[in-house]
Design a binder for this molecule. Structure first.
Ligand SMILES: [Zn+2]
Length: 278
């Protein structure tokens, strides 16, 4: 099977959960060697994905407050590159808690989500506009100042088309925000084949930070910033930090003090890319 990024030949790296994981012989990209399409998207992101544990979220809705804060955190990071909030598209929005965090920070946002129930929930409970669908298949004349993909890039069945679509949906100096897993991280190396992200068929692409940046340059993006999201912190700690930063806010009461937020560790990274002028 050819590499979904550069179309070169690939060879078997190892098998995980009965699926073959291949490495590209040219660019080194690792991917699940299955022919996936829109049907795959609707099968994998069924309601079970969001509530059944396993490869998806153990209980996505219960994590709502934390995800909202995550959206606010990223809105703050993006403000360094674009001080004025604008129009954004959040790809793989689920019920939209992260998107809500951006909107609370001044952005005008639309979500894109393949799971109909999630999209409906976001519209009803959070008052959001969430389109049902995937980036590979979206058809719109809208243009955005920011496209965000928080833990989504690893799930694209056709990453080249998805990122080309993201580029085309952006205005000339538009930004692309990505948070995804780094297969060259220490954890990934230590756990080897047992690294948690090697969980096909929902996870199809295994990026490294460098590999993703190199690939995105071929699509028309340049990296302008990045880092690692914060580590695990207790709700109490989160509250006091937030109180210090944003002052007393009714939202803070929503954070359960005793729970340690499962903030992902060093194998996750975020990066901001700017669409190159053509
Ligand atoms: Zn390749």
């Amino acid at each position: 099977m050819n590499c979904p990024l550069c179309n070169s030949e690939s060879k078997l790296a190892f098998e995980a959960k009965g699926f073959r994981l291949h490495d590209c012989t040219r660019c080194g990209h690792r991917f699940t060697a299955i022919a996936a399409d829109e049907k795959h998207v609707s099968e994998v992101y069924s309601d079970d994905y969001f509530s059944g544990g396993g490869a998806g979220y153990s209980d996505y809705l219960a994590e709502g407050e934390m995800l909202n804060l995550r959206g606010r955190m990223y809105a703050e990071k993006i403000a360094k590159f674009r001080p004025e909030p604008g129009k954004m598209l959040d790809v793989g929005a689920a019920a939209g808690f992260i998107l809500r965090g951006f909107i609370d920070s001044g952005w005008q946002g639309t979500g894109l989500e393949p799971n109909a129930e999630m999209a409906k929930f976001g519209a009803k409970a959070l008052g959001l506009h969430i389109r049902k669908g995937s980036l590979e298949s979206i058809n719109t004349n809208d243009r955005f100042d920011l496209v965000s993909m928080i833990q989504v890039a690893a799930h694209f069945y056709d990453p080249r088309s998805a990122f080309e679509k993201a580029r085309d949906l952006l205005v000339d100096d538009g930004l692309l925000l990505i948070e995804t897993w780094n297969r060259e991280s220490i954890s990934a190396r230590v756990f080897g084949k047992n690294w948690h992200e090697y969980s096909p068929p929902s996870v199809l692409q295994f990026f490294s930070e460098k590999g993703l940046t190199k690939f995105l340059e071929t699509v028309g993006f340049e990296k302008i910033g990045g880092g690692r999201p914060s580590k695990k912190i207790s709700g109490e700690h989160a509250r006091s930090l937030l109180k210090y930063r944003i002052g007393d806010n009714r939202l803070l009461k929503l954070i359960p003090a005793k729970i340690n937020f499962p903030y992902p560790s060093e194998d996750l990274f975020w990066a901001v890319y700017r669409k190159k002028q053509t």
